[in-house]
Ligand binder design. Structure first.
Ligand SMILES: [Zn+2]
Length: 185
């Protein structure tokens, strides 16, 4: 039989030993210079930052949708965005070229390849976006901008501020997404 220990264990008061923290030693150990890979900002974030540079459009009282001033505003938004994306693409390009060296270590090489693939995908996305922006600017010129391509309703200023290249109103967009989900299981 197992011996029963009937001792009620009295909890010793927890002594808070204030351990003397050793002052944080700033070791100036000679580390191999850490190669700072340009911080990968998701391009989404940078787009958001960029768009906020132009204040959202304030409609005047009784102003009709897609007035000349409104169109001008969105051309400016789209152009600025495009410039920004072009800058980003150039940066990616420079970065890829600068990092063109190949590593002997397979681990390094693998991570480098991964990074390259990531940057190429980003570039591809940016390229597509730039062409979409071009289309939107073209639509503004043709007076087609801001109207849903499915139902013909106003896409709305608010939605266009958030997504200047939107071609569908939020209802049609949502519907499309639901349909797509159903199709893809
Ligand atoms: Zn619609």
């Amino acid at each position: 039989m197992v011996e029963k220990k009937s001792k009620t264990v009295k909890k010793a008061p927890v002594k808070k030993t204030v351990a003397k923290k050793a002052p944080v030693k700033k070791t100036v150990a000679k580390k191999a210079p850490v190669k700072k890979v340009a911080v990968k900002k998701s391009s989404k974030a940078t787009i958001a930052n960029n768009k906020s540079k132009i204040a959202p459009y304030k409609s005047k009282k009784g102003e009709k949708y897609m007035s000349a001033a409104m169109k001008k505003h969105f051309v400016a938004v789209l152009l600025l965005w495009k410039e920004h994306l072009k800058d980003e693409m150039q940066k990616t390009f420079d970065h890829l070229r600068a990092k063109g060296e190949t590593y002997a270590d397979p681990v390094d090489r693998a991570s480098q390849e991964e990074e390259f693939a990531f940057e190429l995908r980003t570039r591809d996305r940016e390229r597509k976006l730039i062409s979409k922006i071009g289309l939107s600017i073209e639509q503004i010129k043709q007076d087609d901008y801001g109207w849903c391509e499915s139902c013909g309703d106003e896409i709305g200023i608010k939605r266009l501020e958030a997504r200047p290249t939107a071609t569908h109103c939020i209802h049609c967009k949502t519907l499309d997404e639901i349909k797509e989900k159903q199709l893809n299981g």
